[in-house]
Structures are given as structure tokens and as C-alpha cells.
Design a protein around this ligand. Sequence first.
Ligand SMILES: Cc1cc2nc3c(=O)[nH]c(=O)nc-3n(C[C@H](O)[C@H](O)[C@H](O)COP(=O)(O)OP(=O)(O)OC[C@H]3O[C@@H](n4cnc5c(N)ncnc54)[C@H](O)[C@@H]3O)c2cc1C
Length: 298
Amino acid sequence: MFIRRLPKFEYHTPASMAEALGLLKKYGLKARVIAGGTDLLLAMKKRAVAPEHLVNVKNIKTMKGISYNEKKGLKIGALVTLEELEGSALITEKAPALWDAVCVMASPQVRTLATIGGNLCSAVPSADTAPPLIAMGAEAVLSGPKGERTVLVEKLFKGPAQTKVARNEILTHIQIPKQPDRSSAAYLKLMRRAAMDLALVGVAAYVCLDKDEKTCKEVRIALGAVAPTPIRAPMAEQMLMGKEVTQALAEETGKVAGTVCSPITDVRASLGYRCDMVEVLTRRAVMEAFGRINGKKR
Ligand SMILES: Cc1cc2nc3c(=O)[nH]c(=O)nc-3n(C[C@H](O)[C@H](O)[C@H](O)COP(=O)(O)OP(=O)(O)OC[C@H]3O[C@@H](n4cnc5c(N)ncnc54)[C@H](O)[C@@H]3O)c2cc1C
């Protein structure tokens, strides 16, 4: 595709959330938040969007950092880059499914710029951080003129490139609740090549076992790139609830997941192939999450 020079815009670098929200209020629909710019600047070059004002939020300290609290769980600032996530011991330990995702995203160069907040706010159906965050029950915390509000990541998306983050709001951080004992999650991504590609299919599975350490007490399965937004697969989740995880049951679960998605056929893969791959990846992600509870690493 022919990529042109960037259109003209005015660049703002607020030092605080209040200042950034003030700029969004002042310029309204003419303004856009920019973080790493890895999605937005390309969209501007393609003239898909042409904001007259860019509000760079990268100096807002409250949007940075990864921390863990025994009660609240994991807090990830919206400005945390994919590179930071990849190198974080907290992420590998407390949110391995998210770590699975960032390791297979983009290239090292892009990962140094791209932020987790930008990935969610871009809201492409194949956004890799969405399925693991949905599977782990994560919430997005937004700041706006009326203060803070919280939205489940699962409910954040409205359609391709559309979120419930209003144009006068900023995603400040993501909160992943403390994951219970005997639980784990995994994310698997299918690409046409081994790196630097968007997901043809992405599947995250979260499994929490009962005290007997066998029966599934809670299950969440989230699918990416196979519907207009990342989605849950509740019928597939029900297949596992109250039952022991076995290879055969994981296979059945995969088959159900393959029926709930609604992918498109495009240059990268056909609808039928994507549905088949949802089956395979769901089975594998469930078994991987289950295996991780028992301490087996890939
Ligand atoms: C070569 C290449 C490879 C890529 N590979 C992948 C991949 O494998 N998987 C994948 O999922 N993505 C991939 N991407 C897409 C992109 O890198 C990610 O979506 C990235 O995480 C976006 O973050 P950013 O900080 O660059 O967002 P930006 O480009 O700065 O912003 C993206 C959008 O989000 C909005 N926004 C950003 N931050 C906030 C905030 N805090 N609050 C409110 N709105 C906000 C902006 O206004 C804009 O609309 C790739 C991109 C490139 C260029």
C-alpha cells in the first residue's frame, strides 16, 4: 500500500493527567491520544485518520510501571511497552498468558515503542494482548472529565477499531485481579510466519481447579482474530465446568469453540481454516493452562 507523508498536526506533551484531559476537552474530536505511535502514525500516513492535535501521554508518570498487590493483583500502566512486559519477572510469574502474547508480537524494535494501552485502544480484532487479559478477568481503568471508571477488558470493544474509551478519556492502567491458587492461563497464536505477523487466530484459556485439584471450578476462553472484536466462548467454557480436564474433553471443548466464532475470509486465511485452527488452539491452550497449574512448563 502507498504510504504518504504525515499530514500536518499540532503536537502536545502534557506532564499530567489533568493537563492531558484538559487538552482533549479543548480540542474535542480534532485531538487524538498518542502513546508509542506504532498504530496511529501508520493510520495517519494512510489518511485513515487525520487528527489536527496529537496529545502525547508518554510523560504522565501515573500511567507507567508494573506493580503487584496481594489484594488487588497486578497493575499495568497503559504506557508499559511490550518490551517491558516481556522482560518483567512479575508478568512471567503472575500473568504467563500475557507474557506468551507479548513474546510473539511484532519485532523487538516495535516492542520498544508499542504500549499495552495502545494495543487495546487500537481495538483491532487480532490485538494479541486482548485474549489473555480477557481470560484473566482484567479490567481497564479510564480517566475522564467525570473522574475514573472501570470497564472489563471483555466489554471494552465495540467493533473493529472501536472501543468504549470516549474521545475525552484516557486509558490509565490495566488491573488483573489476583489469580486464585490452582489456576493458570495460556495464550497461543497462529501466524503465517514465525514472527512479525498478526494473528490468524489467537486463543487464551484460563483454568481454575477446585480443591480436589482435578475438577474445573472456573474456565474462561477468549478468542482473537475470529470475530469483529475479541470474544469469549462461553459454550466452550461450559464443556469444562465441573469436569476433570482430559485430552478428550479439551478436544470436545475445541470443537465447540470452533463453532462460536465468526471469522472472515481474507488474503491471510479462509473462514473455514480459521475455525479449524480455533479448535486446535483451544484444545492446546486448555491443556497448556491445565499443565501449568501442575507446574509443567512448555
Ligand atoms: C510492524 C508492526 C508489527 C505489529 N505486530 C503486531 C502484533 O503482532 N500483534 C498486535 O497485536 N499488534 C501488532 N502491531 C500493532 C501495534 O504495534 C500495537 O497495537 C501497539 O501495541 C500499539 O501501541 P502504541 O502505543 O504504539 O499505540 P498508538 O499507535 O500510540 O495508539 C493506537 C491507538 O490507541 C489510542 N491510544 C493509545 N494509548 C491510549 C491511551 N492510554 N488511552 C486512550 N487511547 C489511547 C490512540 O489514540 C490510537 O487510536 C504491529 C505494528 C507494527 C507497525
